[in-house]
Write a protein that binds this ligand. Structure first.
Ligand SMILES: [Ca+2]
Ligand SMILES: [Ca+2]
Length: 358
């Protein structure tokens, strides 16, 4: 692994995640390296500098990853972990801080269904101390849930196929709050074969219920992300792997789908990744799409009413662009996108505020 890229992150990252590992309010970044079977963790200083603080060997093929937190049994502080999904071996590893600067699994790995394509972390409680990890599995056409039950993690399988819809080819998954109850305990799963997404709502035990009817998307949905508008109104965005751009759905209790198609978001060809980042409790959020074909990222601002405006874009940045995540350098300040292509690259954003750039 070369020492090029963000915090000596090397070539050919498979996936990238943004979170606050050490709880200091500054964004930290993790990346996977499928070729080398490695995961690295870099701590941010809140000013755009990143230092590697951890590394783990997790087996070749490790690709998708996400930050999570696990609350202590005695009400102690929540501990950070990284959920790492390996489609070569159909497994999830949960990495925790270990001695020195290392990261290590605390539990044996958790088997997923066949060929997991994405990962999401949600929480059963409002305080976000009781996590679950979910994958969408292309080969077995289901989703895997690894749920903390207060004492141990258990593994459940969630059927994705709807009535009369065999072999849906679930290819993307997001966790968030789809029913507006304040808990990020719900799941959105893209069924690529049928140009649909399925919504599931979680209960306090982590059981998922198919909640709303299927929702039709653009062709071959490739990535999904969940956000919330002013007043906590849920929305989600689904990118199309064959068409241009993405489709925006907002919660509508009057609709039998639970969500209403609200807007089309223009973009270039074939986005492959998407992310939403909320700006505190304002109801304002950023939405990012990453496009491999045009080697481009594009970021929209979503206001509290759900109006979408193009904010920034940059093209011809990386031939192998395939993932990207949004973050703030420091709690709610100085947004950025970090992309995974040939290398990891971080782009700070300019933000339009009160009619001017700053
Ligand atoms: Ca941090
Ligand atoms: Ca919820």
């Amino acid at each position: 692994m070369g020492m090029e890229g963000l915090c000596g992150s090397g070539y050919e990252p498979g996936g990238v995640a943004v979170g606050d590992w050490n709880g200091d309010g500054a964004a930290d970044i993790a990346a996977s390296y499928p070729k080398y079977g490695a995961v690295i963790l870099c701590a941010g200083d809140g000013e755009g500098g990143f230092t590697k603080i951890g590394e783990a060997a997790v087996g070749r093929g490790a690709a998708f990853l996400a930050f999570g937190r696990l609350g202590g049994a005695d009400g102690g502080p929540a501990e950070p972990f990284l959920a790492v999904v390996n489609p070569s071996f159909d497994r999830i590893d949960l990495l925790f801080a270990a001695e020195g600067d290392s990261l290590a699994p605390r539990y044996p790995f958790f088997p997923t269904g066949g060929d997991p394509a994405d990962v999401a972390v949600g929480y059963l409680d409002e305080e976000e101390r009781i996590p679950f990890i979910a994958t969408a599995n292309r080969e077995t056409e289901d989703a895997t849930l690894v749920v903390w039950d207060g004492e141990a993690f258990r593994t459940d399988t969630l059927a994705v196929a709807g009535p009369g819809r065999p072999n849906p080819y679930p290819s993307a998954i997001a966790a968030g709050d789809l029913d507006g109850d304040g808990r990020r305990d719900d799941l959105l799963v893209a069924a690529r074969k049928y140009d649909l997404v399925y919504t599931f709502t979680g209960d306090e035990d982590g059981r998922m219920e198919r909640r709303f009817d299927e929702v039709r998307t653009g062709r071959a949905p490739s990535a999904v992300a969940i956000g919330s508008l002013g007043g906590g109104v849920p929305y989600f965005i689904v990118t199309s792997g064959l068409d241009r751009g993405a489709t925006f759905f907002r919660h509508d209790p009057e609709s039998r789908f639970g969500f209403r198609r609200f807007a089309d978001i223009g973009g270039g060809r074939r986005p492959v990744a998407a992310d939403i980042l909320g700006v505190g409790e304002t109801g304002v959020s950023y939405f990012a799409m990453v496009e491999r074909r045009t080697e481009r990222w594009v970021i929209h601002l979503v206001d509290g009413e759900g109006e979408v405006q193009l904010l920034e874009q940059m093209r011809d940045i990386d031939k192998r662009l395939h993932d990207g995540k949004l973050g703030f350098l420091r709690d709610g300040e100085r947004p950025f996108i970090v992309t995974a292509g040939e290398r990891l690259v971080l782009y700070p954003l300019f933000v339009i505020e009160e009619g001017r750039m700053h």
